[in-house]
Ligand binder design. Structure first.
Ligand SMILES: [Zn+2]
Length: 391
């Protein structure tokens, strides 16, 4: 495995090889080649994608029982000589991200002794888990050190030390290793046993940015944007900031303050609307006809039903306040000065196809009967006067 093309030279984008076998598998045809530059999924790094002979798509690469399987959409005959072509853009990003993760993990290990206990290289972000906690200030300092390592363009060396040499080497490793160990050394930052693909010099990694962090199993999970992904992330976020900046007529660097101001205005307006609603309710109630039993259909949100019903009950024996329409149904609050009886609740539910309940002198819920039917019931059976739209 250690002399496959992607280890000999991780920068190979195109190569020629011969098909050894091709078997149908779960996700496509599993093609094995004599040699390959396609990196199989492993060590947190996704498998490569690309094509064989231009027209056969390689949708994933995996390793099974020491063989590298190119998962292809179509079968290829054994013995066929193929030109393999990697989706280089994608692979180079993986190399940037993988190397960036080494730099960051190495620095954290050196400074705080924490181990990288989980690594995920996804389409949208990279996340790394450490078995110890870091403060935001420490994270900021680590980020600065990591970028210093990038800007100073250090060499990254891959070596295969003997077991004797390994004994004297202080390196990070996620598990107990047997056989030949592959050591990846980022000068000044990290020495780690790793099977992934990496760039030659730290300068190629590009920006290493921690975008957020969270507690994770007694330690910390850091979310990262690295290299090309960091540039894209910056562009996407900048576009968002610029849009908000235009909408708020505020400079990009002052949008936080502008949003705070706007939240203050919204809160004031909410308060004002509440007061106006209360006043409106008083006017509406003044205009309503006399009568001990009154039903009112409101054109308002359901939250106003209860206070409206409470107001009506101050001078009446019984009241129903509803809002909605025949299509979507009605929300209602039904109240009675001396308490809504079980029997009345049952009658209303049956006659108006209503659901809901409550305690004391009010019940509330929704009714799916049409307004005509509700009105007929209230007027004919309970002797109500009905008012529509609160007028
Ligand atoms: Zn690595």
């Amino acid at each position: 495995m250690l002399d496959t093309l992607y280890y000999k030279n991780p920068y190979i984008k195109e190569f020629t090889s011969k098909v050894i076998s091709c078997q149908p598998g779960k996700n496509g045809y599993e093609v094995v080649l004599e040699d390959t530059a396609f990196y199989p999924e492993g060590g947190g790094q996704p498998g490569d994608t690309g094509s064989l002979n231009e027209n056969i798509e390689v949708i994933d690469t995996k390793e099974r029982d020491g063989r590298i399987l190119h998962i292809c959409k179509e079968a290829i005959a054994e013995g066929t000589v193929v030109t393999g072509k990697l989706d280089w853009q994608r692979r180079f990003r993986h190399m940037q991200q993988h190397t960036g993760e080494h730099i960051l993990s190495g620095i954290i290990h050196q400074k705080y002794g924490y181990d990288n206990v989980g690594f995920h290289m996804g389409k949208d972000f990279v996340s790394v888990d450490f078995n110890g906690m870091l403060t935001p200030e420490q994270v900021a300092e680590i980020e600065e050190c990591a970028n210093e390592a990038v800007f100073s363009d250090q060499e990254i060396r891959v070596t295969y030390p003997s077991s004797e040499e390994l004994k004297n080497l202080n390196y990070r490793s996620k598990k107990e290793l047997t056989g030949q160990v592959r050591i990846v050394e980022v000068a000044g930052s990290d020495i780690c046993a790793c099977c992934g693909t990496h760039v030659k010099r730290t300068g190629e990694v590009g920006l290493i940015k921690v975008t957020r962090s969270e507690h994770y199993k007694g330690g910390i999970r850091l979310y990262l944007q690295i290299g090309w992904s960091a540039l894209e992330d910056y562009a996407q976020k900048l576009a968002g900031v610029q849009k908000v900046s235009v909408l708020l007529s505020a400079k990009p660097e002052l949008i936080g303050e502008a949003v705070e101001r706007m939240q203050g205005i919204v809160a004031d307006q909410k308060q004002e609307i509440l007061l106006l609603k209360q006043q409106l309710m008083q006017y509406q109630i003044k205009e309503l006809p006399e009568g001990e039993r009154l039903a009112v259909f409101l054109k308002d949100d359901p939250s106003s039903l209860r206070p409206f019903c409470e107001q009506l009950l101050e001078k009446r024996e019984m009241a129903v306040v509803l809002t909605g329409d025949d299509g979507a149904g009605y929300k209602f609050v039904l109240g009675k000065k001396d308490g809504v009886m079980q029997e009345e609740t049952k009658q209303f539910r049956e006659a108006c196809a209503a659901k809901g309940g409550g305690k004391g002198n009010m019940i509330q819920g929704s009714a799916s009967a049409c307004s005509d039917k509700i009105i007929r019931f209230l007027e004919d059976e309970w002797g109500f006067v009905t008012v529509k739209d609160g007028k």
